[in-house]
Design a protein around this ligand. Structure first.
Ligand code: SAH
Ligand code: SF4
Length: 363
């Protein structure tokens, strides 16, 4: 199986080409064709010598994802379901904001963290995505935009699709290096956000990377009892392990951290919990931002979205305590744009179709 060329950082590509007898400067040319002129065929790399093209073709592919479904929402959100070379399906979402175009990428096929409210967690992890497969999601969206010839470009990335990015750490870092590279897509580190459910040791490692990428922590509850109830990862990394990891990150990077908090009706949305959350963040409030997320209900799941009033009270309580926060506006609700929802629907459909076939065949 040939690997995706998008999985290589510029340095890795340079080393690889030199190891294969090519001149060092070729990597700059190849990189330009991939990320600036954005060809999808090695033969279109016009100023690259034939021996280099041949050796690349023998070892790499450019396109490994195929578009299965594409849905466009009235608000401009576009949701893609891509099929991987092994038949697995992933989803990628492009959202339009006044500050630019943001793409939400998937990092794993399913997720093993198993948060009880999440459609992706219910499906378990099948495998990690390679760095190339993560990068290719951005390229697919960019190629789509290129085709429309309006000169639009992906300007922001959120690593908030299916999967736990810190459970696929090395591939995540390669991906971040590729998209951030000034010679290529050049998507600014400050325009990229990685969201984690709180794998504490990796938060230390991330702080040490020395990159300006934003970190978001899915906190979702202000005490261990409640957090363990909705996120079982809290058993391994409870708040007393998470908070020092956050402090380390803040000290090391001096960058603001976002705390994501899904509001689940009558579970974690009382004013009492808003106060507990404020207590928890009080000593770092100058570098904290809480993103309150109205829950997107998932089928076969006990949770409901909080009432508007509860959301407002929660928000107001945090604001009154001096904690900066906002309520996430939704994108593409008419097209199942919440994390993992379109994918899980598609998997259900496939299952139903297979079952129907079996029943028809009398199995
Ligand atoms: N695994 C990482 C990143 C992917 S999930 C993490 O958990 O942070 C990205 C965000 O979407 C998380 O904050 C997650 O809690 C949230 N999310 C998951 N399912 C949701 C749903 N049904 N409605 C609203 N937000 C959801
Ligand atoms: Fe995995 Fe994030 Fe979903 Fe939890 S919320 S199951 S960590 S994708």
């Amino acid at each position: 199986m040939k690997t995706s060329i998008y999985g290589l950082t510029f340095e890795q590509l340079t080393d690889w080409l030199v190891d294969h007898g090519e001149k060092k400067f070729r990597s700059k040319q190849v990189w330009e064709w991939l990320y600036q002129k954005r060809v999808t065929d090695f033969d279109d790399m016009k100023n690259v010598n034939q021996s280099c093209i041949d050796v690349l073709k023998e070892n790499f592919t450019i396109e490994t994802l195929s578009e299965e479904i594409k849905q466009e929402s009235e608000d401009g959100t576009v949701k893609y379901l891509f099929k991987l070379h092994d038949g697995n399906i992933i989803e990628t979402v492009m959202m339009r904001f006044n500050y630019g175009l943001s793409v939400c990428v998937t990092t794993q096929v399913g997720c093993n963290i198993g948060c009880s409210f999440c459609a992706s967690g219910v499906l378990r992890k099948n495998r990690d995505l390679t760095g190339g497969e993560i990068t290719e999601q951005i390229m697919k969206v960019q190629h789509d935009l290129d085709g429309k010839q309006k000169g639009e470009r992906v300007s922001h990335i959120v690593v908030m699709g299916i999967g736990e990015p810190f459970d696929n750490y090395d591939n995540l870092i390669d991906f971040l290096n590729v998209v951030n590279d000034k010679k290529g897509l050049s998507i600014g580190a400050r325009h990229i956000t990685v969201s984690t459910s709180g794998i504490a040791p990796k938060m230390y490692e991330f702080a040490d990377e020395g990159i300006q990428i934003n970190l978001a922590l899915s906190i979702h509850a202000p005490n261990n009892e409640l957090r363990t109830q909705i996120m079982k990862i809290n058993r391994a990394y409870p708040l007393e392990k998470l908070m020092p990891a956050i402090d380390y990150y803040l000290e090391k990077t001096n960058r603001r951290i976002t705390f994501e908090y899904i509001l689940l009706k009558d579970v974690n949305d009382h004013v009492k919990e808003a106060h507990q959350l404020a207590d928890l963040l009080m000593d770092k409030k100058h570098l904290s931002y809480v993103n309150l997320i109205p829950y997107n209900p998932v089928a076969d799941n006990p949770y409901e979205r909080s009432d508007k009033e509860a959301i407002l009270n929660f928000y107001q309580t945090l604001m009154d305590r001096g904690i900066k926060c906002g309520v996430r506006t939704e994108h593409g609700t008419d097209i199942d744009a919440a994390c993992g929802q379109l994918r899980s629907k598609q998997i259900e459909k496939e299952k139903a179709r297979k079952k129907g076939k079996k029943e028809k065949a009398g199995v």
